[in-house]
Design a protein. Structure first.
Lengths: 212, 305
């Protein structure tokens, strides 16, 4: 069980976060407070708690500093670069920077990760903030934009395309109509900017969309 | 040698060639996929199996084959193999003239080669050249090679036969392989793929159950571990309880090679897996946490459902 301490200036936000976390069996909210002044007082009593902070430019840096002083773990819900800079430059055991719109699963996942001492960055914020990876993607233009990723059904179709199956057989295998298969194939070709099925399969395999 | 003898020799060569073309012509068909540029196909069996290139068949449906006698037949796509760029079609006919196959040792650099095609609607086209090079592409227990020739392949020749002076298929012409050069896929590979597609609708290959993304290896890591390759494949997906999972591969591992092969691109991996049957144990070479790791993995079969 992971203890969680919620820090947010607005009671409605605190209530929302508590509700989201209630759905996670392994997270337990042990306190809800408004800001850094209360945090400094309560944190020593719950030394292992993961702090979730609804970041504000006014009090946010102070929350990061307070948790950092104790070598604690922090999940920040923010929307700008300032919060990220505070976290990345801080002294935290584990930390996460998520969008304020992050859903319950994402927040719970981040809580578990930072409790294990990991650093988590929201996937929609990652491209903006992430430092160059030691293993850089080979070609930038080959990586997909988020809105170009294949749907689960399209992934099933490209997997069967990779096996060289004709549309008719793909339709039979997935119990969908030939027309639907053609629609998916056209969409896959367009998303992968491919002129042929072979090119789509190669592109798909390069981008980690085809299981080998 | 007198002029008369030379002329006689040339005339004899010329008429021999023309006779050879006449003999092979019925095995060369036109593949109409409904697009502007049609492709060529080679008759593989008397029962109507036609082999051609996958890139030459843009559509899956509404395909037709035109035989040498001009008769038109509805064709069904049986399957494709993207790795070798082959597609296998079937027409509902019997007693067709199938092409004869040359053996693996019959393709030798320096020999004459004829390339035949039926591009567009002009009928048969033929070019002659030398077999310039034979490049072994992989072993995997089977002889596999591609052939270079200076016989010109014109647009629409893809899928046509490259034959020796006995009229036997030594390779299948492919304009996409050579980027301008005339390159043909050796007969043993064509035979292997066609037989697999006719039997099962697809080529079976060894299966790891991984999804990968190419990554650049940092110079520092290459220097420390004395790696030659600049690229490798990071595992971005592992099928639960698949062969890789059972072999203890983990998400985030960077695949450097399999057995004695370097894996720097997903095509290296695909090609190697094609040469390995399910049940084969392979040695997988990985980078995990900055260190080299060698794991034994037993390949599975591609899931069919």
């Amino acid at each position: 069980m992971i203890d969680v301490l919620i820090v947010a200036p607005y009671s409605s936000v605190r209530a929302g976060l508590r509700t989201l976390l209630a759905e996670s069996a392994d997270c337990r909210v042990v306190g809800e407070i408004g800001g850094s002044s209360d945090l400094a007082r309560i944190l020593p009593k719950t030394p292992d708690a993961v702090v979730i902070c609804d970041y504000t430019p006014v009090d946010g840096p102070e929350v990061v500093a307070t948790v950092g002083e104790r070598g604690g773990s922090l999940v920040v819900l923010g929307d700008g670069e300032a919060g990220y800079r505070e976290l990345a430059g801080g002294d935290l055991a584990g930390w996460a920077y998520l969008r304020k719109e992050a859903d319950g699963d994402e927040i719970a996942g981040a809580v578990r990760a930072v409790a294990a001492g990991l650093v988590v960055l929201d996937r929609l914020l990652a491209p903006a903030f992430c430092p160059p990876l030691p293993f850089a993607p080979m070609l930038a233009e080959e990586s997909l934009l988020p809105d170009e990723t294949l749907t689960p059904r399209e992934r099933e179709v490209i997997q069967l395309m990779a096996q060289g199956l004709p549309n008719k057989n793909i339709a039979a295998r997935l119990s969908i109509s030939l027309h639907t298969v053609k629609f998916h194939v056209a969409s896959i070709l367009a998303k992968l900017n491919a002129n042929s099925r072979t090119e789509a399969v190669t592109q798909g395999a390069r981008r980690g969309l085809v299981t080998l | 040698m007198t002029t008369e003898t030379t002329n006689a020799l040339l005339q004899s060569l010329s008429s021999e060639l023309a006779g050879l073309v006449e003999q092979i012509a019925p095995t060369v068909v036109r593949v109409d996929d409904g697009t502007r540029l049609t492709a060529t196909g080679t008759l593989w069996s008397a029962e109507g199996v036609v082999v051609t290139t996958s890139h030459g068949v843009e559509r899956d449906e509404d395909l037709a084959i035109e035989l040498a006698d001009g008769s038109r037949h509805v064709a069904t796509l049986i399957g494709r193999d993207h790795d070798t760029d082959l597609a296998v079609l079937k027409v509902d006919a019997t007693g067709l003239p199938a092409i004869a196959l040359a053996g693996p040792t019959d393709a030798k650099p320096g020999q004459f080669a004829l390339a035949l095609g039926r591009p567009g609607t002009h009928g048969l086209e033929v070019t002659l050249g030398l077999l310039n090079a034979r490049i072994e592409t992989q072993s995997g227990g089977n002889p596999e090679y591609i052939l270079h020739t200076d016989a010109t392949f014109y647009p629409g020749f893809s899928g046509g036969p490259l034959v020796d002076m006995r009229g036997r298929l030594i390779g299948l012409c492919n304009l996409n392989y050579g980027r301008g050069r005339s390159v043909a896929l050796g007969t043993p590979t064509v035979a292997h793929v066609v037989e697999a597609i006719v039997a099962r609708g697809r080529v079976q290959r060894g299966y790891l159950g991984i999804r990968t993304q190419a990554v650049t290896l940092p110079e520092s890591v290459r220097a420390r571990l004395e790696l030659q390759q600049a690229y490798a494949l990071m595992l971005v997906g592992i099928e639960e309880n698949g062969p890789a999972d059972r072999g203890s591969l983990m998400l985030g591992d960077t695949l450097l090679g399999i057995d004695d092969r370097t894996v720097a691109d997903v095509n290296d991996l695909r090609r190697y897996l094609r040469s390995k049957a399910a049940g084969t144990q392979v040695q997988v070479h990985l980078l995990r946490g900055g260190e080299l790791l060698h794991l034994a993995v037993t390949l599975g079969a591609e899931p069919t459902e």
